[in-house]
Design a protein around this ligand. Sequence first.
Ligand SMILES: C[S@@+](CC[C@H](N)C(=O)[O-])C[C@H]1O[C@@H](n2cnc3c(N)ncnc32)[C@H](O)[C@@H]1O
Length: 268
Amino acid sequence: MAGRLSRLVLNLRRNLPPGTALDRYLQRFAKVAGWLGAELDLLAALYGTDKFGEHDYTPVYEELMRASRRKPVRLLEVGVGGYEGALGGESLRMWESYFRHGHITGIDVFDKTALSRGRVQVFQCSQVDRPKLTSLAQEQGPFDFILDDGSHLNAHQIETFGILWPHVKDGGTYIVEDVQTSYWPAYGGGPLGTPGYELSCMQWFKQLVDSVNLPEFLAPAPGRLDAGISSIAFHHNLIVVKKDLAARYSNMQLDDPELRRTLMRADG
Ligand SMILES: C[S@@+](CC[C@H](N)C(=O)[O-])C[C@H]1O[C@@H](n2cnc3c(N)ncnc32)[C@H](O)[C@@H]1O
C-alpha cells in the first residue's frame, strides 16, 4: 500500500517545478505523513528528493535508520540541492520529518543558509575545505549519520570521508551516494582497468575493506586501514561504512611466534 502510494506521488511529481501549489501541498502532506510514521520512500517522494525513484537509496536507508527514528540523532548531509535558482533542501526536510527528535545539519558550497530553521542548520562550506568542515563538524557533531551527496567528484568523495570519518559516532554510519561516478572520467573516475578507475572512490573503498579483518593480520597494516571500521557495504551507486570502536580479536593466538611462523609458510 505504502509502496503504491510512493509510486503514485512520484508520478504526480514528474516534471513538477518546485514552488507550485501542488508542490506546496505535497510538502504539507509530507509533514503529516512524517508525524504518522511514514517510511522514507514516501517522505522522499512527497518532499521531492531524488533519493527514491530516480535512485533507490531510501529502502537501504530505511533498514539502516529505522531503529534510530525516535532518537535524538545528529545527521549531516553534504549537498543541499536546488537548481535553477531554487534553494533546494528537499532531503533536509525529509530527514527533519523522519527523525522527529533529530538535529539535521546541511552543508553546501553555495549559500543555502536561508533554509536554516529549528532543528535544521545549513552552512556554506565546500566539502573539501578541511579547516572549515572540521570546525563545523566539531560544533555540530559527532554524528550518527553522515551522507555525502555533494559534488560526486571522486577526489572529493575520498577527501571528504577522510575529513568527516573521525566525526562519526561509535555505532554511527557514513554513506557515499552516487558512486557511479567511479566509472566516469569527467568526475575523476574511469572504466574498469584504466588509470582513472584506480583513483576512483569505489577502488579506494574496496582497498579499505580489509579494515574489518585487521586483528587477523600477520604483518603491519598499510596506514589507510582503520580498526574502527566494522563493515563496508556496496549497494547500487551507494557505499555504506559503519563504525564500531569495540576491540575485535582473532580467534587464533596470533602473538604466538610458532603459530605465526606456521601461518606465514606458503606450503601450510
Ligand atoms: C545532488 S545535489 C544534493 C541533493 C540533496 N541532497 C537532495 O537529496 O535533495 C548536490 C549538491 O551538492 C552541492 N555541491 C557541489 N559541490 C560541492 C562541494 N564542493 N561542497 C559542498 N557542496 C557541493 C551542489 O551545490 C548541490 O546543491
